[in-house]
Design a protein around this ligand. Sequence first.
Ligand SMILES: Nc1ncnc2c1ncn2[C@@H]1O[C@H](COP(=O)(O)OP(=O)(O)O)[C@@H](O)[C@H]1O
Ligand SMILES: [Mg+2]
Length: 269
Amino acid sequence: MSAPATIVDVRGVDVELGGRRILTDVNFSVRSGDFTGLIGSNGAGKTTLLRLMLGLVQPTQGEVVWPSHAREQRRVGYVPQKVALDVDVPLRVRDFVALGDDGHRYGLRRRTPDTWRRVHDVLDAVEASDLAERRIGALSGGELQRVLMAHALVSAPELLLLDEPLANLDPGATEDIVSLLARVREREHVAILLSAHDINSLLGVMDRVVYIANAHVASGPTDEVVRPDVLSKLYGHHVDVVRVHGRFLVVTGTTSQEPVAEHPDLVVE
Ligand SMILES: Nc1ncnc2c1ncn2[C@@H]1O[C@H](COP(=O)(O)OP(=O)(O)O)[C@@H](O)[C@H]1O
Ligand SMILES: [Mg+2]
């Protein structure tokens, strides 16, 4: 079997924001069909890395290469972490999802029966068909999240970027979204790169990890990255990795600036 095609290659990238180095010499690639977890604590640079891939942040060094496509043909869907929505906006879910198909590949165009078929199809893929006629402002957080995924999927992207879709979800809802994404990946043949601060909820579905700490990235198959030697090198100090009941406990130790109670990598059940 031939190796999956590379969708995007991040090569030797540095990013500075506000005069501060946020990312240093970041290298990784995403291949067709991969489910990748982008893991790091708050402020590690996850959102910055996603925005870099979207071309919304420019690197000071290195480049982001999409080997098979010219810029205007890139097929990338994005579900940002925060979406500001006017609760009074008189827009139905199906019209909002259809908007995801504008501009990217075809420019503005009129809705055709094909558009509506596709809208129906992606709402079905995210198990939100029953929401089609609802007003966008009247959705619950969980419903809105599915609709945002449909919006990002309607143009049939080959890569779907999701920024912390599991933040603020209870364990049951987290499991539901993770298994939904696993089904979406199969059905839509889409690679997924999803940022999260806890690696454990993704262990059942993720093939690869891009782990950010200390402005650096380690990437590869999960078992090759989430190891004491690799993470100690990444953090620049000793890190323990313990596997308890099938979950990872990454103990990064403390410094005077990093009280342990506030360190999100320290996952204690
Ligand atoms: N526009 C900006 N200007 C200056 N600093 C920024 C900007 N955006 C993000 N940062 C800083 O970059 C770091 C990484 O932020 P971010 O990518 O949002 O992290 P994460 O998504 O992992 O929580 C943080 O320290 C944040 O304060
Ligand atoms: Mg973020």
